[in-house]
Design a protein around this ligand. Structure first.
Ligand code: MN
Length: 192
């Protein structure tokens, strides 16, 4: 049985970037529904005892969609903080500088790939085994873990992530999200 993760901050802590109302629907309704759906679907599937990451790697169809959405949202909600370090440091910062030249150039490509993703999905910063970084678009419930990459940072571009606060302004939402990205957590995931 999987359970809904607790948010590591108060419901209104990410305002005005993400409102308490959006968090209450996104975490309390959308993510809760994926958890409930997966628990029903896993019954009798033979995948009941696997870790979430392994279910995502081994499944397809409805089980993949719900497990992927749980993994994606767990990574998404735990990467934010109300007053985070605003820039990456250490080896992650050095790798971004090496590949993009500047954090601003990296952010511009990340936002453009989020804006340019047609329909619902996720834009990801992921790492290859040697530490090389890649920005990738994944439709629907996709996660770069299925391609052998380590997921580091993700912006949810499903409309449920921003419509109450930003309506159709996906670009404005993605741009604002940088203000709450907890780079300390992204660096921990990078592990370098
Ligand atoms: Mn979502």
């Amino acid at each position: 049985m999987f359970t809904l993760i607790d948010l590591p901050y108060a419901p209104n802590a990410l305002e005005p970037v993400i409102s308490a109302q959006t968090l209450s629907f996104h975490h309390g309704k959308h993510l809760q529904a994926y958890v409930d759906n997966l628990n029903k679907l896993l019954h009798g599937s033979g995948l009941e005892n696997l870790a979430l990451e392994d279910i995502v790697k081994k499944s397809n169809g409805a089980i993949f969609n719900n497990a992927g959405q749980i993994l994606n949202h767990n990574l998404y909600f735990t990467q934010f903080a109300p007053a985070p370090a605003t820039e990456p440091t250490g080896k992650l910062a050095a790798q971004i500088a090496k590949q993009w030249g500047s954090v601003d150039a990296f952010k511009a490509e990340f936002e453009a790939k989020g804006v340019g993703l047609f329909g619902s999905g996720w834009v990801w910063l992921a790492a290859e085994a040697d530490g090389t970084l890649i920005i990738c678009q994944e439709p629907n419930a996709g996660n770069p873990i299925t391609k052998g990459l380590t997921p580091l940072l993700t912006f949810d571009v499903w409309e449920h992530a921003y419509y109450l606060d930003y309506q159709n302004r996906r670009a404005g939402h993605l741009s604002a999200l940088w203000g709450i990205v907890n780079w300390t957590e992204i660096e921990r995931r990078y592990g370098k």
